[in-house]
Design a protein around this ligand. Sequence first.
Ligand code: HEC
Length: 102
Amino acid sequence: MPTATPIDEINQELAVQGNGIYATNCARCHSTAEDRIVGPGHRGVYETAKTRVEGLSAEEYLIQSIVDPGAYVVTAYPPFMPSFSFFTDEQIAALVEYLKTL
Ligand code: HEC
């Protein structure tokens, strides 16, 4: 079972900011549990992200998933995720920090 990142390794302020961005932009397609909505549930996504693309760290993979979702499409899902390349670096960092907590 994937586990969420230990709490002391999370920048809480950034993660809270990411939670807000996620609620507005991501939650309509993603559950924070394991169930499928349009996209895969994000429970344990940071652990999964470590293994997705050879040569990409978990952070790099998550950033790529947000700005260039078509670069790697999760098996058995349609390529329906829009790019969020208009987010600032800080917004993206906040989202990644939040995803670490799931
Ligand atoms: C219109 C629906 C939709 C929206 C909105 C959306 N996604 Fe997705 N997302 C998907 C789908 C479908 C997939 C699976 C196909 C793929 O990999 O592109 C996916 C895949 C992902 C993955 C890869 C998961 C994995 O297991 O490898 C991440 C990470 C992700 N989305 C994050 C986000 C974040 C963060 C947001 C908000 C900024 C967001 N998504 C908004 C539909 C969406």
